[in-house]
Write a protein that binds this ligand. Structure first.
Ligand code: CUA
Length: 161
């Protein structure tokens, strides 16, 4: 098989690009510790009251670390009666928050504006991500997975003070 000059050029260019992508993935994995969020545990979405989501909301751990339990349903996020509807989650600046989130009914999304948190919420699975809030301000939590008629009004707010 005879390759002309242009074919050889493009094959080389594509090969180098693929090599660069593979190298970037390996560097992200080994040196930046970047991982795909993985499900923490499985639960029965019909019986959330028997799980860690029975009383959703914020729990303070030692120092400036927190846990936040949030339930997504059509079409709202729930974080307990104290935090309102739609909920407002308040944290001090510098807080490191581990979110545990699940869905009660259909697939929803959980994305925090201005941060790298982006979870896919599958009913029956607990999704987890940890975020550090270094800047004061207000950040929306949005459902970024189309989930029906109320999708566009499904949000919550994080207030970092
Ligand atoms: Cu929930 Cu879109």
């Amino acid at each position: 098989m005879e390759l002309n000059k242009l074919e050889r050029y493009w094959l080389t260019a594509v090969g180098m690009m693929l090599g660069a992508f593979v190298a970037a993935t390996i560097v992200a994995l080994l040196f930046f510790g970047i991982r795909l969020p993985s499900p923490v545990d499985r639960i029965d979405p019909q019986r959330l009251e028997e799980t860690v989501f029975a009383n959703p909301g914020i729990r303070q751990l030692a120092g400036n670390r927190y846990e936040a339990y949030v339930v997504a349903k059509s079409w709202a996020f729930e974080a307990g009666p104290d935090l309102g509807t739609p909920p407002v989650l308040r944290f001090p600046r510098g807080a490191e928050v581990t979110f545990y989130v699940t869905s009660k009914d259909v697939m929803h999304g959980f994305q925090i504006e201005g941060h790298t948190a982006n979870l896919e919420l599958v009913p029956g699975q607990i999704a987890k991500t940890t975020v550090r809030f270094n800047r004061s301000g207000e950040y929306a939590i949005i459902c970024n997975h189309y989930c029906g008629a109320g999708h566009s009004v499904m949000y919550a707010t994080i207030r970092v003070e």
